[in-house]
Ligand binder design. Structure first.
Ligand code: FAD
Length: 404
C-alpha cells in the first residue's frame, strides 16, 4: 500500500495513525503538523495546564520515540499549503512536496478573533487553541490583574475558573441572552452562572463589546455595548471557532461548514478523508460539525477501520466534559433541536442533571457533579432506552431503574 499522509498533528490525526497501527496496518505514514511540539491533547490547556498543575509531558499522547518506533514519520513546524489532487501530492511551506496514496485532513479549527477595527490587534488580547496560547496566557495570569473574557462558552468559563483560582479579577461578557446559549439549556446555564458568581466572577449577559482601547499598543480598557467602560489588563476572546477547510476548498473538495464527508469520513475525493473539528458529517439526516475529543477519536477510528479494509460507518455518539472549579460538567448525546427539558437534583449538594427531549424522545443529558446521571443517561442513549418519567421525577428513586 502507498503512503498515507495526515495533515494536522492533533487529536484526530494522531488517533488515525495510532488506530491504523493497532489494526496492524503497516503502510508508510507521515503526519504533518504546523505546531513545533509532538501531538498532545488540548482540553487541559484551559484547565489543569493553565493552572500550572500539569506538565506538558503529561499532555502528549505518546512519548517522542513512539513515532519512529511505529514507523510513523512526523514532520513538525511544517505547514501544508496546497493539495494537488491530480498528482496526488501535498506542497509544504518550504516548497517540499510529498506524494500520497491516501490523504487525511485533520486540520482542526481556528478561534474566531476580533477585527482590528475594535482593537482585536492590540497586545494583551488572546485566543486559546494551542500550547503557545496557553503558555502566553500563563505569563499573564498574576494575582490581582483584571481579566476580561469575551464569550460565555466552555473556553471562556474554564478560563474564568482558572483565573479566579489564581486570584485575578474576572469579568465575563456574553452578547447573547445568557451564557452557554449555543450548547446548553437554560437550567444548565443557570447552574453554571451561579457557580461562577459564587466564585466572584462578574458575568454580564446581553452585553457585547463595543471596542477595546489601548495605551502604547496594549489593551487597557473595554467599552461595552451598554455604554459602560471597564479597565482591563488583558483579554481572552472565546467566541467560537471556524473549521480549517481552506486547503480542501482550494483543491475543489466539497465544503460547507467544514469539509463535507460521508459516514466513513470520506470527502468527495475517494482518496481523501477528513476527520475531527474540520469535518462536516452526516448525522440523523442532517449535516453537523462536532468540536470534541470524542468526535475526533471516534471519527478517526472509523476512518482507520475502512482504510484497513473494514466497513463500520461512524455513527456519532457525542459526549463531552468541562471542568470548572470543583465542578465536573458531563454531557452525553447531542441536544440539537430540543423542545423539552427535565431537571433532576443529584445526591450531592448542588449536583443536578438536565435531561433533553425532542418530540418526546430522549436525546441528551447534562450532568453537573452527577456522574451517575451521566453514566445512566449515556447508557440509555446508546441502547435507545427512553427514561421512565416517574423515576426521573422522583429524586429518591435509584437511576439504575431507568436502565431496565
Ligand atoms: P486539533 O487537535 O486542533 O489538531 C489540528 C492540528 O492541525 C493543529 O495542531 C493545527 O496546528 C494543525 N494544522 C492545521 N492546518 C494545518 C496545515 N495546513 N498543515 C499542517 N498542520 C495543520 N473537547 C472535549 O471533548 N472536552 C474538553 O474538555 C475540551 N476542552 C478543550 C479546551 C481547549 C482549550 C481547546 C482548544 C479545545 C478543547 N476541546 C475539548 C476540543 C478538542 O480539543 C478538539 O475538538 C480536538 O482537539 C479536535 O481535534 P482535531 O484533530 O480535529 O484538531
Amino acid at each position: 500500500t502507498g503512503r498515507l499522509v495526515i495533515v494536522g498533528a492533533g487529536q484526530a490525526g494522531f488517533a488515525l495513525a495510532a488506530k491504523l497501527r493497532a489494526l496492524k496496518d503497516e503502510r508508510p505514514m507521515t503526519i504533518i503538523g504546523s505546531e513545533e511540539v509532538i501531538p498532545y491533547q488540548r482540553p487541559p490547556l484551559s484547565k489543569k495546564y493553565l493552572l500550572g498543575e500539569m506538565e506538558f509531558d503529561r499532555l502528549t499522547f505518546r512519548p517522542e520515540n513512539w513515532y519512529p518506533d511505529n514507523g510513523v514519520e512526523l514532520l513538525l513546524s511544517t505547514y501544508v499549503e496546497e493539495i494537488d489532487r491530480k498528482a496526488k501530492r501535498v506542497r509544504m511551506q518550504d516548497g517540499a512536496v510529498l506524494e500520497y496514496e491516501t490523504l487525511a485532513l485533520a486540520t482542526g479549527s481556528t478561534p474566531r478573533t476580533l477585527p482590528a477595527s475594535v482593537g482585536g490587534d492590540l497586545a494583551g488580547v488572546f485566543t486559546m487553541r494551542d500550547k503557545r496560547d496557553a503558555d502566553l496566557l500563563m505569563g499573564e495570569m498574576r494575582p490581582g490583574r483584571r481579566l476580561l473574557i469575551i464569550g460565555g462558552g466552555y473556553i471562556g468559563l474554564e478560563a474564568a475558573s482558572v483565573a479566579r483560582h489564581l486570584g485575578l479579577e474576572v469579568t465575563l461578557i456574553e452578547m447573547a441572552d445568557r451564557i452557554l446559549a449555543r450548547v446548553a439549556a437554560e437550567e444548565t446555564a443557570d447552574a453554571m452562572r451561579a457557580i461562577h458568581q459564587a466564585h466572584g466572577v462578574v458575568i454580564r449577559e446581553k452585553t457585547g463589546l463595543h471596542r477595546l482601547t489601548g495605551e502604547n499598543g496594549r489593551v487597557c480598557a473595554a467599552e461595552l455595548s451598554d455604554g459602560s467602560t471597564i479597565d482591563v489588563d488583558f483579554v481572552i476572546v472565546g467566541i467560537g471557532v471556524t473549521p480549517n477547510d481552506l486547503l480542501a476548498q482550494d483543491c475543489g473538495l466539497e465544503v460547507g461548514n467544514g469539509i463535507v464527508v460521508d459516514e466513513f469520513a470520506r470527502t468527495s475525493d475517494p482518496s481523501i478523508f477528513a476527520i475531527g473539528d474540520c469535518a462536516m458529517l452526516p448525522w440523523k439526516g442532517k449535516r453537523i460539525r462536532l468540536e470534541s475529543v470524542q468526535n475526533a477519536v471516534d471519527q478517526a477510528e472509523a476512518a482507520a477501520a475502512i482504510m484497513a479494509g473494514g466497513n463500520a460507518p461512524y455513527d456519532a455518539k457525542p459526549w463531552f466534559w468541562s471542568d470548572q472549579y470543583d465542578v465536573k460538567l458531563q454531557i452525553a448525546g447531542f441536544n440539537m433541536g430540543y423542545d423539552e427539558t427535565f431537571v433532576r437534583p443529584g445526591a450531592r449538594e448542588g449536583s443536578l442533571s438536565v435531561w433533553y427531549f425532542r418530540e418526546g424522545k430522549f436525546i441528551a443529558v447534562d450532568a453537573i457533579n452527577d456522574a451517575k446521571a451521566y453514566v445512566t443517561g449515556k447508557k440509555m442513549l446508546e441502547a435507545g432506552i427512553e427514561p421512565n418519567r416517574a423515576v426521573l421525577a422522583d429524586p429518591a428513586a435509584d437511576l439504575k431503574q431507568l436502565l431496565v
